[in-house]
Write a protein that binds this ligand. Sequence first.
Ligand code: NAD
Length: 486
Amino acid sequence: MTNTKLETLKNYIGGEWVEVNSESTEEVVNPATGELLARVPISSKEDVDQAVRVATEAFHEWKEVPVPKRARILFKYQQLLVDHWDELAEIVTIENGKSFKEAKGEVQRGIENVEFAAGAPSLMMGEQLPSIAEGLESGVYRYPIGVIGGITPFNFPMMVPAWMFPMAIVTGNTFILKPSERTPLLANRLAEFLEKAGLPKGVFNIVHGAHDVVNGLLDHENVAAISFVGSQPVAEYVYKRGTDNLKRVQALAGAKNHSIVLKDANMENAVTQILNAAFGSAGERCMAASVVAVEETVADEFIFLLHQKADEVKIGNGLDEGVFLGPVIRESHKEWTLQYIETGEKEGAKLVRDGRKDENAKGEGYFVGPTIFDHVSSNMKIWQDEIFAPILSIVRVEDLDGAIALTNKSPFANGACIFTNDGGKVRQFRETIDAGMLGVNIGVPAPMAFFPFSGWKDSFYGDLHANGKDGLNFYTRKKVITTRWV
Ligand code: NAD
C-alpha cells in the first residue's frame, strides 16, 4: 500500500505507521494545479520523544550489526529505488512542481548517495601505525554516535534526505527524519522501501511537522547530532540551539550564487548553462544562478541570446511533455516573488524580461516565467537577497577583478561559476573567489555524493559538510588505542 495516498499522513516510528494525535495539520498541495494531495500532521514534542525512545533502543542492537550486513541492506535499497525510479520522480514532481526530467535527475542524485554509503566497509576502516615507539603501536577505530535528527527543505524531497540517512544508518546510527511539511509525501515512500530492503524496526523513523518537531530534536538529550538543510535564518537558529545543547550540528543554509561570464567564453554554452541554472526547478535550488556578472563588452550579446532562449522555455505542469519550468512552491511564494520583481523595478534595475507576463503566470498554479533584470548593482535587494524563484540579476563589470570583488561582497558563498577558456583566469577565480563549490563552464556545480557539499560563509554553519568523507566523519567518532606489547 502506498502511504502517500492517505489523506492525513502518518509518522513512521519503530517500523509502524503511527497516527498523530494532533488537531493541527497542514495542506499538501500540487503547486502546478493547487490540488489538495494530502494533509500533513503537525506533530508535537511528545511525538518526537516517542521516536527518540524507539531510535535509542534500536541503536543498541543496530550498532552491533556487522558493517557489511548493514551495507547489504543498502544494496537492496538501491535496487528498489532504481526499480521505482519513475514513480519516485513522479511524486517529486507532484509535490514540488519541478519538471519530471529534473525530478528523475534528483532521484539519481539520491541513489548515488545510497551507492556511496554502501561502500561503508571500506569507509569505516580505521588506521594503524604499528611502531609509534619501541614496542608501542596505535590504531584508530570508527564508531557511530547514536540517534541523528535530520531536518530537510522542500526543494529536494529525495536528494536532501538521501544526503543524510544512508550514510547515517550504514555507519551504525539510528535516524529520525523531519521532512519539509510542504513536500512530505516522498519520505513515506522512502521508508516503505527501507522496510522492504530489510532494515530493522526503529533504525529509520519519520516525524512529520514543523517547528515543534525541530525544537524537540534540538533539545532532546538523546539526540546526538543534527543534520539540517534549509534557509539561512533557520540554519543559523538550528546551529546555535543545537550546539548550545552540545550536539554535533551541520546546518546547510541559503544561497545567492554568482556566475561570471568573460568575453572569451563560449557564449552559446554560457547562455545554455545559465538559463538552466537560473530557471531550472523554478530557481528553487540552493545552487541556482541568481546573479551573473558579465564583462561589459559582451553583455548585450549575452542578454540578447539569454532572452531569446528564455522565450523558448516551456512553462507548465512538470508532468507534461517538454516542460522545463514548473511552478514555485506555494501561492505565498509566488506573491513574494512578484514583490521582488516590483522591488527590482523600483530600485532602478532594467526589467529585460518580465515573467509576470507569461501566459501561465496568469492562470491557476503558482507559475512565474523567466525574469531577467539588467543593470543590477550590489546595493539593490534583488542582488542581495535569496529570492528562490526564476529571477536572474545581471551586473555589468569591467573585468574579472571587478567580478570577483563584487561576488565576494555577498554574505552567501555556496556556489560560483566562471565561463571562460583562459586557464590563468580560471586559476585566479579558483584562488580568490569566496565560495565553496566552483564551476568552470558549467552552471550548477553541485558536487556528486563522493564530494562534500561545501558551502562557505552564511551558506553553511558547522565544520563537517554533508556528503563525501565529511558526511562519514560527521556520523562517526573515533577511538584511538595505544598498546605496549610486553
Ligand atoms: P526552511 O528553512 O523554510 O525549512 C527547512 C526546514 O526547517 C523545514 O523542515 C521546516 O519545517 C523547518 N523550519 C522552518 N522554519 C523553522 C523555524 N522557525 N524553526 C524550526 N524549524 C523551522 O527552508 P525551505 O524553504 O524548505 O527550503 C529552501 C531553503 O533551503 C533555501 O534557502 C535554500 O537555499 C536552502 N537549501 C540549502 C541547501 C544547501 O545545500 N545549502 C540545499 C537545499 C536547500
